[in-house]
Design a protein around this ligand. Structure first.
Ligand SMILES: [Zn+2]
Length: 398
């Protein structure tokens, strides 16, 4: 998740003051038992605020701590995310048949898929057949034995995911109830926001797992399971099942995980995937080998280094025909290392020539369509444009 940087000049509300105070206490705590005290107080307050949909209070407290206490900021961000994606509840109506009474733990999960297409990566509802297959594969290879499961019948693009913590928690609540009843959740895919179209992008299937309190959630929580094994089986078994939903796309499944962790992992993994996809896209579009392409890599600044952008040209031309953005995701990511990594990945994909520019570009976008501008071999920021005689592409090109 993108963490906020702006800070507010307004006074903090009482709840925001208390959140910031508790988080600072947790960050400075000297023992696990003291941690547990602070965490308990924080969890109760966060739960109350999530139910009241007070996202603004979280944002105020986070903004304050971002400026003043980095460790407390991290603790609070972690606990607010945990509050949004985790539930502990008593299931009513004790049923002798299902044993659904008693204390349960619920977790919102995400199943990320990286995809690219010459046309458009779809974001849409999923058919009953696809849902049935996913549910069976998820139960067999990813979830612990006895876990109950619900999936939302939709392939979400990143800009269709719930906005904010409270909305995330609301979706999670619906999915936990569905999971307790062992059914899926219907989502009106047509009512989700319109999504921007890129050559390569992440798609998410959202779901929930519910287990009796204290029971394992995932297959790898069991003594004979492992993450590597779960991922291999998931790709092998669930991969083909998504073919119908992702017609016309190449795609790769990532390991399903807790919602925020899966989201962050997908944000990292879409970066190298997009570079490889760009090379494959150019090869398909121009019918030329990667060796006859050139890539220009440059850092883009918005006060600080925000991202790298890569402009692609054909070997005998300076016209930038396609581009890829490589955002920096954490303060621990170092610009120089990233440039080297991007260069290595492009060469590995067979790109004939890779120019790495050291000059700082301003973080600019097209005034008309909002598309990012890309570095050209001559060191300018330019709009990626396909030659006029090419078919109309899916991305923001005009
Ligand atoms: Zn434009």
């Amino acid at each position: 998740m993108k963490r906020r940087r702006q800070h507010s000049r307004h006074h903090l509300s009482r709840d925001a003051e208390r959140l910031a105070w508790l988080a600072a206490g947790l960050a400075d705590s000297g023992s696990r038992v003291e941690d547990a005290y602070w965490e308990g107080e924080l969890a109760a307050l966060i739960d109350k605020l999530l139910r009241a949909a007070e996202d603004e209070v979280f944002n105020q407290a986070l903004d304050r701590l971002y400026e003043s206490h980095t460790r407390a900021y991290d603790e609070l961000a972690d606990l607010v995310e945990a509050g949004a994606e985790t539930g502990r509840f008593q299931a009513g109506g004790e049923s002798p048949e299902t044993g659904a009474g008693g204390a349960w733990t619920g977790l919102l999960i995400a199943l990320p898929v990286l995809a690219w297409s010459r046309y458009a990566v779809p974001a849409k509802g999923l058919s009953g057949g696809v849902m049935q297959g996913l549910r069976a594969q998820l139960s067999a290879h990813v979830m612990a034995g006895g876990a109950r499961l619900a999936l939302a019948d939709c392939l979400y693009s990143p800009d269709q995911l719930p906005r904010g913590y409270a909305e995330t928690r609301r979706l999670a609540d619906g999915l936990w109830q569905a999971a307790l009843a062992d059914r899926d959740l219907h989502v009106e895919a047509k009512k989700l926001p319109e999504t921007a179209v890129y050559v390569s992008d992440v798609r998410y299937i959202l779901g929930a797992v519910v287990v009796p309190a204290g029971h394992p959630l995932f297959r790898w929580n069991e003594p004979d399971g492992s993450r590597a094994e779960a991922l291999a089986r998931w790709r092998e078994q669930a991969g083909p099942n998504l073919g119908a939903a992702l017609a016309g796309c190449a795609y790769e499944l990532l390991l399903p995980d807790a919602y925020f962790a899966a989201w962050r992992q997908a944000d990292r993994e879409i970066r190298p995937y997009s570079l490889k996809a760009a090379v494959a896209y150019m090869q398909a579009l121009f019918n030329r080998p990667a060796g006859l392409m050139r890539a220009v890599v440059a850092p883009f600044y918005d006060g600080w280094l925000a991202e790298y952008r890569v402009g692609f040209t054909l070997a005998n031309s300076d016209d930038v025909v396609h581009g890829v953005v490589w955002p920096l995701l954490g303060s621990d990511e170092e610009g120089g290392e990233m440039a080297g990594e991007i260069e290595r990945l492009l060469k590995e994909a067979g790109v004939g020539e890779v120019l790495v520019q050291g000059q700082r570009y301003p973080l600019e976008y097209c005034d008309d369509c909002g598309a990012p501008l890309y570095p050209s071999p001559e060191g300018e920021s330019v709009h990626a444009e396909l030659p006029e005689d090419m078919e109309s592409p899916p991305a923001h090109l005009h």
